[in-house]
Design a protein around this ligand. Sequence first.
Ligand code: PEP
Ligand code: MG
Length: 547
Amino acid sequence: MEQGKAKITCGGIAIAPVFEIKNQHLEVAQLPILSVEEELARLNQGAQQALEQISALIDKQDPNSQAVEILEFHLMLCQEDELLDPARELIAKGGINAAAAILQAGAQQAAEFKALDDPYMQERSADILDVAERIGACIAGVKVQSKPTSRVVIVADDLTPSQTAAFEREYIAAIVLRGGTANSHAAILARNMGIPSLIRAQLPHDIDGQILAVDAIAGNFYLNPDATTLSKMQQAKEDWDKAQLRLLALRGKPSHAPCGHKMLVCANIGTPDEIEFALENDCEGVGLMRSEFLFIGRETYPTEEEQYQAYARVATALNGRPLVIRTLDIGADKKCPYFNLPEEENPALGLRALRICLLRPELFKVQIRAICRAAARGKVLMMLPMVTSLQEIKQSKALLETCLQELAQEGKEYARPQLGIMIETPAAAILSAQLATEVDFFSIGTNDLMQYTCALDRQNAGLSAFYDPHHPALLELIKLTAHHAHQAGIWIGICGELGSDLSLIDTFIEYGIDELSVSPSRILAVREKILHSTAACLNRRGAEVNF
Ligand code: PEP
Ligand code: MG
């Protein structure tokens, strides 16, 4: 048995075999472009090679397992013209290599499947992407990793947000990273899915298939646990499951503090699929939908229709509860190669989020239009990230007006969404009295507000010794912003990870924070804390949050 300590990023206990992920990047854009004939030949060879790989994988499975069914579908995709023909057409037009062509064709076909009404067909889009990626990797000469088909503990040095978003939750018992940071988007997504997770675990390499017991309550891991440890861990898992059951009894209860302050506990979600888990945990709305996850992990921009379908799906599922859609926030660790953004020395301080949207209004308008259309299907609010000035809000509002006018002229169904901003730069917090007069609500992004206030890169694991999530400067900025929001009569929430820090709930009640938006797995624990709070709210808005 080998054991060690690590940092917890999502609580829970798991015992399962290791599935090791070794990161290799598919850089198709850097491959040379040969003649059309040669690229067509490369495509055929890639498809043939992928077919052989999948056949070999099928041979390793239990013949009656669901994995075989899925892999046989993958085999079919490698042979079908529906996937290969569009790639051939792209190659025939010239100027593209076979790997890029199959990825583009796969993304297009996957998007079409995702937009269908039949949930079975929607789910097939992930298989299409998987197969296109496998063929692309064969062409590029890169080894692709298969995905888990039974319950495992994912072990990796680090994960990208798109890798994490692609996991099928039912197969992931836990995630243990050798690197990673608590507020990276990969960690946030895992938390959104309620997957017990550890970071900075000193685990050996090449441990595929070995049993790993993950104690993401005490922050320990045990590789190949001995019989005594195994039985202790099994007991801990039973206790954890019982505690979860106790929390489940809080479903349906409003989150009111004994002092009379009412808080709304909402969910943060990355992809539309996460809404189910959020509802299971009785979210009172979605306080942050990170819309950029519709953009990353693909080869082309999502269309207005695709975005509308995704937002409308969540709005409908929420059945009258609010949905706050945060407009595109790519840049920094959320990479999107097809945006062709310049290489930057300091991407966290560079061209990201709202800055990109305002520089590319045509792109921004597609998203705003999709949001306005979804607003006709539920209570939808639009939220701007990374605001630093009044000017940015005014420019965004002008674009919103243009979109509303266009939709009216086109006779489309739409509604005006309430407009809010994230307070995640010190500039926005300091200017909050002024900014509050222009918008309907504020939501504090403590992950970035912390990073920019304390000059601490949230991605840099080496800075953890300096990271104080309760830094007084951060708390002062939250208090100040809450005061300004209430002075202007608007509501204020917190959607950064600090919102689910149970030791700060009393402080947030004192500040009069109206809403907390947290990972779905934290909703009920936060509600329990609010219900038993001993704090007295000092700074109430006077009116209830009215989305
Ligand atoms: C934040 O910065 O706190 C936030 C919620 O946004 P993100 O984590 O997506 O940057
Ligand atoms: Mg942020």
